[in-house]
Write a protein that binds this ligand. Structure first.
Ligand SMILES: Cc1ncc(COP(=O)(O)O)c(C=O)c1O
Length: 411
């Protein structure tokens, strides 16, 4: 039996991370505090020449950033349709109102022409999401934000370029990073804000200094995450992997990506500190960034070469991404194909399909999304089928996936 093809079974649990996590589970004195948090900050500051503030997750970092902007009740923050529930949650928790603007099929990011008409005198910020690592139209958004004196936040949760560029990062007042388990690099959990503005940095300093600490139990479950999936993959060929995952979930030994409260639109208005253990894991992967991004690029090129035989569309700007977090295809029967692939142990439900605010189990109304207001986002959500590019996805896996897809699409 082959191991499963997936988006979410420890996608960044590389052997080096599994070994590191194995050691860390026996070093509880390094879980909450230690040198790695400052080492990660220094490495990021050196690489991107920005002030760096780190938190326990990207959502926490986004909340901290919006809080630093001192939103007042009624202030609006523009975000795109086809996003993750934690983004509107962070906006509301920071005191703002999320305003959804539709996306362009070329980038799966904000359509700048629609952003201009959505700006009101209450708009305080625009969040430009580089969906799956596809560069959004940041130059156009910068001009629009400058016209109205609005902050531009680039949400780089899905992409960590080796350098900030005109396409990704350079135009932003602040850049949001995530080191979540399935993001560009993984500390299992973690997030950061990069900024060059002294006044934002100063307020973030205060927020980071007063951040709460995650409990040792919470950090233990995060540290063990790579080990859980390494064990599940080991047990898969003897048909025990699925059972093992069920057991660890039952005993709450696998931290959820999103809590039930978050799916209902609730986020605690408070920042948590980046645990030292997560910083250590993120730092190790940051040191491997070039090879991780090169691997993603290589798999994306392989998928791109096969696309013409699949009769699927690909968002045009995907070709200009330095490293796609996943490779998006647009197909009219995406859901049927996903279900058929699952029967072959190919799991392509990545939590980014079937809804404008993802995952689809999110209460869309609680997320503040008025149905029908972002028609292109709704269409993309129902047509998308994303292929994995993460570093534990091998070329052999990619070829197996392409062969299975080709067979399904031609029958
Ligand atoms: C677009 C986007 N922004 C921000 C976040 C927040 O990242 P994190 O999972 O680290 O909280 C996520 C993921 O959840 C995301 O998909």
């Amino acid at each position: 039996m082959t191991t499963p093809i997936h988006h979410t079974f420890g996608p960044l649990a590389l052997q080096s991370q599994v070994l590191q996590a194995f050691r860390l589970q026996f070093q509880p004195w390094l879980w909450q505090h230690g040198p790695s948090r400052e080492e990660l900050r220094t490495a990021l500051a050196k690489q991107y020449s920005r002030n760096v503030h780190v938190f326990d997750s990207g959502r926490s970092a986004l909340w901290a950033l919006l809080t630093a902007l001192e939103l007042q009740p009624g202030d609006e923050v523009i975000l795109q349709g086809f996003t993750c529930a934690v983004v509107p949650n962070a906006i509301r928790a920071a005191g703002g109102t999320p305003i959804y603007v539709d996306i362009s099929q070329r980038t799966l990011g904000l359509d700048p022409s629609l952003v201009r008409s959505a700006i009101t005198r209450r708009t305080r910020a625009v969040i430009c999401q580089h969906t799956f690592g596809i560069p959004s139209d940041t130059s156009a958004l910068r001009i629009i934000c400058d016209e109205s004196d609005i902050a531009l936040i680039e949400d780089c949760a899905h992409i960590l370029p080796e350098q900030l560029s005109d396409r990704i990062g350079l135009h932003a007042d602040a850049v949001l990073l995530s080191f979540g388990r399935d993001k560009a690099i993984s500390g299992v959990s973690g997030g950061a804000v990069l900024t060059q503005h002294a006044f934002i940095a100063q307020r973030l300093d205060g927020i980071e200094k007063s951040a709460a600490t995650l409990s040792k139990w919470e950090i233990f479950t995060l540290v063990c995450y790579p080990l859980r999936y390494a064990t599940a993959k080991f047990l898969w060929p003897v048909h025990l992997g699925r059972l093992y995952l069920r057991i660890v979930r039952f005993f709450r030994l696998l931290p959820p990506v999103l809590t039930a409260e978050e799916r209902r639109g609730i986020m605690t208005a408070r920042a948590y500190a980046l645990p030292n253990a997560c910083a250590a894991m993120a730092l190790l992967q940051f040191q491997q960034l070039r090879s991780i991004n090169a691997h993603r690029h290589m798999l994306s090129e392989r998928y791109a070469a096969a696309v013409h035989t699949l009769h699927a569309e690909v968002p045009r700007a995907a070709a200009s991404s330095p490293a796609l977090q996943k490779f998006p295809l647009l197909l009219p029967n995406a859901e049927r194909i996903r279900r058929a692939l699952k029967r072959q142990d190919i799991h392509l439900d990545d939590g980014w399909c079937g809804a404008v605010v993802n995952p689809r189990t999110t209460d869309q109304r609680a997320a503040g999304y008025p149905r029908g207001t972002c028609p292109e986002s709704e269409r993309i959500a129902s047509h998308i089928l994303s292929l994995p590019t993460h570093p534990t996805m091998t070329v052999k896996d990619a070829d197996r996936l392409l062969a299975a897809l080709e067979k399904l699409l031609h029958t």
